[in-house]
Design a protein around this ligand. Sequence first.
Ligand SMILES: Cc1ncc(COP(=O)(O)O)c(C=O)c1O
Length: 369
Amino acid sequence: MKIENIVRPTLSGLKDYVPGKPIEDVQREYGITDVIKLASNENPLGASPKAIAAMLEEVANRSHLYPDGSSYELIHSLAAKFGVTPGQIFMESGLDGVITKLGLAFLDPGDEVIISQYSFPAYESIVLKMNAVPILIPQTADYRIHIEGIFKAVTSKTKMICLCNPNNPTGTIYTQSEFERLLAAVPSDVLVISDEAYYEFVDDPTYPQTLTYLPKAPNLLVMRTFSKVYGLASVRIGYAVGDEGLIKCLLKVREAFAVNRIAQAGALAAMDDDDFMRETISANRKGREQYYRAFDRLGIRYYPSQTNFIFFEVNRPGVEIYEAMLKMGVIIRPLIAQGLPHHLRISIGTEEQNKRAISALEKVLNQAP
Ligand SMILES: Cc1ncc(COP(=O)(O)O)c(C=O)c1O
């Protein structure tokens, strides 16, 4: 058998996605037990206790039943919260799942998709899988998405624009006025995707509240997730909000039971736990300050973050820093695969975890390269 005669040719150009290294891998490979992971922007406080109780109850009593494929209760709760109709919400197993379905529903071979350089890799990945064409737009010198560069790149072949705000891995945002300029410039049959995985962590008042633009911009889709501020990364649940017609297209390519019961129960309970959410956001803000102080002291260049991670720059290969920190049981994220060999990304952990990461980083920087 010749695999190359069977597999779709477009897959040969795809790089494997390398996620944050799991704690278990580091324990196995380095023989250390005490490992912390600050590499996937997870919630260091865990999940909301209310969500955990709801999920346990679901596991105990209804593990044998298929989930509600329409996520009726959750979608109705979100719709009420956002002031949209239930038909405007598309629920998936993680925001990653939404991104895949965007490709299946909307991309044909040859369609152009405009993506910022140094952004979340899943956009380019689905574009290539669909044999469509990613058009990468350079960022500004301060690692922000270059909005004008993006809307000026629109051609008659452009099908979709993938925006990430705040952007992963740089932690930066574009402003409401930039967003409005983009919406005004983009033809109405080009989809504008706004990935807001880190929405809840933003405190910059110039950040655009994109849901308010939906009535006037039916080509806009806003995507959010329960993985980050709600601490539900393991159960995989995320969603998109947009025009009912667009949501119907997404539903056509979705599996009937895409979102499991445990995730639905957890998300519903988490939405009600304002205390946990406030605690998470406040701890994250303190954690960001903790890193800023340390980076200032160590002379490390960093980019102020609107998320639960920080993007920073080192004067030697980032992979060296990453590997040396792994040996000390601290997992962070190198960015060489994204074309950033001297940058790294670190997730905000608990105060203790941040202390340990800072001390490991300081030790590594004091060693000869
Ligand atoms: C910008 C961005 N979009 C989407 C995702 C995927 O989120 P989910 O866990 O909901 O699939 C992530 C996860 O890190 C992310 O950073």
